[in-house]
Design a protein around this ligand. Structure first.
Ligand code: ATP
Ligand code: ZN
Ligand code: MG
Length: 302
């Protein structure tokens, strides 16, 4: 018999995560949320002086923007859309009958105008494009959103609904690549300050299918994506707790983001996986926050 209790089971037993019966969909205890809140305050402290414009979108986005983003081309396997019942009395009777019989009642629902947000920055680009040209000194935005990805897993660090805190920078190539480098350095320092072992490595997104292999290789070869890795469930297969993405002028072209001189804006975003960072802390320092090292508690709670 395998006596080893998984990290997920220990998180359930401690009450930090709450089982909903769906892999990757968890309730969180007050203690778990308090760790996330403390880490977000640390982010505010480190990034606060940069003067980013804070914007909070809900976890759903305009489906038309979602379609235009090209997400279905690259990551159809991860996407989630919101569907609703839009019928009349007669249809309702059919729906109830179908439910009663254990049938596929959802097939008659219709797509609404809302898709689930796949990454916190997706709703931002069309929003900023609508405002008109960016000033020559560029734009800097502070975002946080629940994100959905259809990737059910027993790994507590791979959830289907999780929070991503992001900074997004728009401007010239030099400006946004310097922004990305600054946050790579800051990310390493922040994680060290809370007692986590970190490593930065080049990465790629899981582009779908055969054509996707090429896109992934290209992203790697051009160093467009880096990840900050921390051991969470395994010492050898580390978990990406932050990512640092340079989009070149791809989003600028797609959304019509221009600088005041007419040049297409380059963009970059850095994302913190908030649940993953909390889980890394629990994995490293134990499930009882009261027993965490003093210097770590001090950084998080003063
Ligand atoms: P992975 O390679 O582990 O799938 P990713 O490359 O898909 O991660 P990004 O798309 O760069 O991740 O998302 C930004 C951050 O959001 C990641 O660095 C990670 O911390 C977090 N994140 C991504 N997917 C998940 C998930 N399924 N559950 C929890 N956090 C996630
Ligand atoms: Zn982003
Ligand atoms: Mg992923």
């Amino acid at each position: 018999m395998d006596m080893q209790v998984s990290f997920l089971d220990r998180l359930f037993d401690s009450g930090l995560l709450i089982d909903t019966g769906v892999d990757g969909l968890y309730g969180r205890s007050g203690q778990f949320e308090d760790v996330i809140a403390a880490f977000e305050r640390l982010i505010d402290k480190v990034g606060g002086a940069d003067g980013a414009e804070a914007i909070r979108f809900p976890p759903g986005m305009n489906r038309a923007y979602f379609e235009k983003s090209g997400y279905m081309k690259s990551f159809p396997q991860l996407a989630g859309t919101v569907h609703s019942f839009c019928g009349n009395d007669h249809d309702h009777a059919g729906l109830l009958q179908c439910l009663e019989e254990g049938g596929e009642w959802t097939k008659d629902q219709k797509a609404t105008d809302i898709a689930l947000t796949p990454a916190a920055c997706y709703p931002l680009y069309p929003t900023v494009a609508k405002r008109g040209p960016l000033p020559m000194e560029g734009g800097l935005f502070d975002l946080q959103s629940y994100c959905f990805r259809h990737e059910p897993s027993k790994d507590p660090a791979r959830q289907q609904l999780f929070r991503m805190r992001e900074y997004v920078c728009m401007g010239t190539e030099d400006h946004v690549t310097a922004f990305r480098q600054t946050w790579m350095d800051r990310g390493v320092e922040m994680m060290k300050s809370i007692g986590l072992d970190v490593e930065i490595d080049v990465a790629n997104d899981p582009f779908f299918g055969r054509a996707g292999r090429l896109l992934a290789n290209n992203q790697r070869d051009q160093n467009l994506k880096f990840e900050l890795l921390i051991p969470v469930t395994s010492q050898t297969k580390k978990t990406a707790c932050m990512s640092f993405n340079y989009h070149q002028d791809a989003f600028g072209q797609k959304w019509g983001l221009n600088l005041e001189d007419g040049a297409v804006a380059h963009t970059a975003c850095v994302g913190f996986g908030l649940e993953r960072i909390a889980l890394a802390l629990f994995a490293q320092h134990g499930l009882d926050v009261k027993l965490w090292p003093d210097h770590v508690r001090k950084v998080l709670w003063g």
